[in-house]
Design a protein around this ligand. Structure first.
Ligand code: ADP
Ligand code: MG
Length: 289
């Protein structure tokens, strides 16, 4: 097991089933991207351990456990992708902060949706949540149910520039995985409804829908040219973004979203759509900033 700071696909290991799914997902991605896989476990040690009675032993056993988890993850990654280069790293400190630091030298960070902490019923742990909101690279969150290997990749396209990065990531990933890509744009009459409900105006939904379709096609035209081998389907749906994306996620292998949408403000880590998807999407979710 070697240490590394070269660009890699990072997988965060904490001994949980979701993290092992993340490791295998990351291993495939490392293989497709011709990058090393970097497995990282962050060991949070008790304060002032050596002075507390039995404290030294506790530190030792935590570190040993960390090495065991990394060894197990290494075995799973190796079995999934025999050809890839794998590095492991055991760090100490606060998990989210250390992983954000690790992600700064990674092309992609992959985490489980849950870890060993939290409580039953919690759908997204605090470490994944922090990385999705503040990670310096694209972050993929994988659930503890086995992620599908086939099916389309779905990218959510809204009017924000944040979705440009998501579109780029989605085409790149679809190309490598030889997966069809669905570009989904949702629109609603919500803002119209609230403002105009007092006015005697009938909204011409067909015309709005046509406009939305045209805008999506214009937005994607350049990408279609750049990735002629990626089968692309454009879909516009009159629904809320989360509902539209969750429906499209059925049977998909990955859903890609920008970190923030059109209604976000500076300093906000994660928009509400991305946040809801991370909680409820049955397949892996990539958050791209
Ligand atoms: N100490 C850690 N070291 C490395 N990765 C971690 C650590 N803690 C959590 N993770 C990563 O974050 C994912 C989610 O865990 P977490 O957010 O801590 O959820 P929970 O609150 O359920 O423990 C894990 O599946 C793993 O990928
Ligand atoms: Mg945890």
């Amino acid at each position: 097991m070697v240490e590394s700071i070269e660009p890699a696909v990072l997988a965060a290991v904490d001994g949980s089933p979701a993290a092992l799914n993340a490791v295998r997902w990351a291993a495939r991605e490392a293989s497709l991207r011709h990058l090393p896989l970097r497995l990282v476990h962050v060991c949070t040690l008790p304060p002032a351990p050596s002075t507390a009675p039995g404290g030294g032993g506790l530190v030792e056993s935590r570190l040993e456990q960390g090495h065991r988890w990394l060894g197990e993850a290494h075995g799973q990654a190796r079995a999934a992708e025999p050809g890839i280069e794998i590095h492991t790293r055991l760090r100490t400190g606060a998990a989210a902060a250390a992983l954000i630091e690790e992600a700064a030298t990674a092309r992609l960070a992959v985490l489980g949706s849950r870890g060993l902490g939290g409580f039953p019923g919690l759908l997204l742990g605090s470490v994944s949540s922090a990385l999705a909101a503040h990670g310096p690279c694209p972050v993929v969150v994988v659930r503890d149910a086995l992620p599908p290997e086939r099916g389309p990749i779905v990218v959510g396209v809204d009017a924000s520039t944040s979705s440009d990065a998501a579109i780029a990531f989605a085409f790149d990933t679809a190309g490598r995985r030889q997966a069809p890509l669905v570009a989904l744009h949702t629109w609603t009459d919500m803002s119209l409804g609230e403002t105009w409900s007092v006015l005697p105006i009938d909204v011409e939904y067909d015309e709005v829908a046509e406009d939305e379709r045209r805008l999506l096609a214009e937005r994607l035209a350049g990408w279609r040219e750049k990735y002629p081998d990626v089968p692309l389907a454009l879909r516009t749906v009159r629904d809320r973004p989360v509902r539209g994306l969750l429906a499209a996620a059925r049977g998909a292998q990955l859903v890609v979203v920008g970190s923030r949408g059109r209604h976000a403000f500076d300093g906000m880590g994660l928009g509400s759509t991305s946040q809801a998807l991370l909680h409820h999407c049955p397949c892996p979710v990539a958050v791209v900033r």
